[in-house]
Ligand binder design. Structure first.
Ligand SMILES: [Zn+2]
Length: 273
């Protein structure tokens, strides 16, 4: 599961002495060495026009200072380097580096999309000591966006409810999930989404865990819930299939281990399996 490494310490400013690790993003693509998927050295960053002044602090991964920067869509890497979508690097690069890269992507995207004030259009300025851009003209302040989403595994006796979402090529089944609406608590969102997607009422919500997800800035907050009533009625706009899986039923393909969905489902497999 994607998680912050124990040795990671976030930093909001400054560059301590020590080796520099730079995560350079072009959209959701990370700059890596073609030969071994290693991260770029300073000349490779400079070749893209990324100067040390443009590198935003992310934090320390052990003794290594990690920074991030973004480049425009038309940026072309130096010979020997390539941009690869971060999702494609799951399982291909070190898990701790991947977790910090995921954090770096959110910071780089926030910086790329908050260069100008959303209220008055003036250029934004970084605020010292905070992860914040503020507008010198009108005072509007922007912090990295984080979009909370709920994930719920509904249980009924020894069975769990898994669903396939429409619009995804994958045949995977997973727990129900959805973004919060403005004005909702997580609990509100769970009751609303479960009823909207599959027509069920639930009770006894139990917190399982949370996971950041950098595509582009979600925080998935996972729960289990007990079935409390209703018949399965699927919202065909969202769900193509939803089924109860009980003891003895063959489990379908579920999300990969990097996702909290896999941890949630594996922790609550039907008893007797
Ligand atoms: Zn402004």
């Amino acid at each position: 599961m994607l998680a912050t490494p124990p040795s990671f310490v976030p930093l909001l400013s400054g560059r301590p002495a020590g080796p520099l690790v730079t995560f350079v993003f072009r959209g959701h693509e990370l700059l890596v060495r073609e030969a071994d998927l290693g991260l770029p050295d300073e000349p490779a960053c400079a070749a893209l026009g990324v100067t040390s002044a443009q590198i935003l602090p992310v934090g320390m991964l052990g003794p290594r200072y990690c920074g991030t920067a973004w480049v425009t869509r038309d940026a072309t890497p130096a010979a020997g380097y390539v941009f690869i979508g971060l999702r494609r690097l799951f399982g291909a690069i070190d898990e701790e580096v991947l977790a910090v890269a995921s954090r770096a992507l959110q910071i780089a995207e926030w910086a790329r999309t908050h260069r100008y004030c959303g209220a008055c259009g003036a250029p934004m300025q970084a605020v010292a000591g905070e992860r914040c851009f503020a507008c010198p003209a009108c005072g509007h302040a922007c912090y990295p966006r984080i979009a909370p989403a709920m994930m719920t595994l509904v249980k009924r006796g020894d069975s769990i409810l898994l669903a396939r979402h429409t619009g995804r090529a994958s045949a995977r089944f997973t727990a129900l999930a959805g973004f919060l609406e403005a004005g909702e608590s997580i609990e509100d969102a769970i009751h609303r989404e479960v009823f909207e997607e599959v027509g069920l009422n639930v009770r006894d919500l139990s917190y399982f865990g949370s996971q950041f997800w950098p595509f582009p800035h979600s925080l998935m907050i996972a729960f289990t819930a007990e079935y409390a009533g209703g018949e399965l009625v699927i919202d065909r706009n969202e769900i193509s299939e939803a089924r109860w899986f009980g003891p003895g039923d063959a489990l379908p393909e579920i999300p990969p281990p990097v996702s909290i969905a896999a941890a949630l489902i594996n922790a609550h497999l039907p008893q007797g399996r």
